[in-house]
Design a protein around this ligand. Structure first.
Ligand code: HEC
Ligand code: HEC
Length: 210
């Protein structure tokens, strides 16, 4: 025979265990429902950056965002280790490759749609107008064909360059030039012949667009 008290505990467990499991499932569902919340810690509110080294991810096309997230997943695109800037995980070091490693194709698609639907807000920064003018000349000759209207048109599926933070633009151009970040096959021949001074001028031009 089971002692009365123990029997009581078993009944209680039988009652509470499903409740506890339900609670865990709900917590899991809540996390899965908004994986985009963690992105704000680095990319700023609604995907608009507040730090010069961090890209804004709002408003780019779904194709560009999912494409580049998949490149992080396959590690084709290099990932730099950075500390989370704000929020609960402030100070924790991680990188984009780790952040997307466990995301499913559906998660990536959902994130791309979420951020694509937000409005891109241009980063406020002081740029040398003479350098920006020099960059515009290079852009108009070499880049405008694919990055139309100064790289401000999401439908080009080539990211958004106009109004990105300067430090981010400089890193990406240097990474394309060195081959660290693989460029589209028709873009590489445009980047390769450029000198560091041209890349600086191009970054200044995109960053200067208000
Ligand atoms: C710890 C900071 C951090 C967090 C959190 C973070 N990112 Fe990033 N992300 C970066 C950095 C830094 C870069 C650019 C440099 C690099 O690629 O290493 C970047 C680049 C990107 C890019 C490429 C932007 C472009 O213009 O090509 C996308 C898209 C992106 N992140 C999406 C996300 C999404 C979606 C989340 C949330 C699931 C997220 N990131 C969370 C730091 C972070
Ligand atoms: C033939 C079309 C083409 C030309 C020409 C071209 N690009 Fe691109 N560019 C692209 C595409 C497509 C992407 C998206 C790449 C990817 O997904 O990796 C891109 C991406 C970029 C990015 C990364 C955007 C981000 O948010 O990280 C930068 C910066 C860039 N291009 C600069 C330039 C510059 C500067 C030139 C001219 C010297 C140029 N591109 C010429 C097609 C082009």
């Amino acid at each position: 025979m089971i002692p009365r008290e123990e029997n009581m505990m078993m009944k209680l467990n039988a009652l509470f265990l499903p409740v506890a499991v339900c609670g865990l499932l709900l917590a899991g569902a809540a996390m899965a429902a908004d994986p985009a919340a963690s992105c704000a810690g680095c990319h700023g509110p609604d995907g608009n950056s507040t730090d010069s080294s961090m890209p804004s991810i709002a408003g780019a096309s779904v194709a560009y965002l999912s494409g580049t997230l998949n490149e992080y997943k396959s590690k084709q695109r290099p990932c730099s280790e950075v500390a989370v800037l704000a929020g609960e995980k402030k100070g924790t070091k991680t990188d984009m490759c780790k952040l997307v490693a466990d995301l499913s194709a559906a998660d990536i698609d959902a994130l791309a749609k979420t951020f694509s639907a937000k409005k891109f807000v241009r980063f406020k920064q002081e740029i040398d107008p003479a350098l920006a003018a020099k960059g515009k000349t290079v852009h108009d000759a070499q880049c405008e064909k694919c990055h139309s209207e100064g790289g401000s048109v999401a439908e080009d599926d080539a990211g958004i360059l106009a109004g990105q933070p300067l430090a981010y633009l400089k890193t990406q151009l240097a990474d394309y030039k060195s081959g660290k970040r693989p460029a589209p096959s028709k873009m590489q021949p445009k980047i390769s012949p450029l000198q560091p001074a041209d890349l600086d001028a191009l970054a200044a031009y995109y960053a200067s667009l208000k």
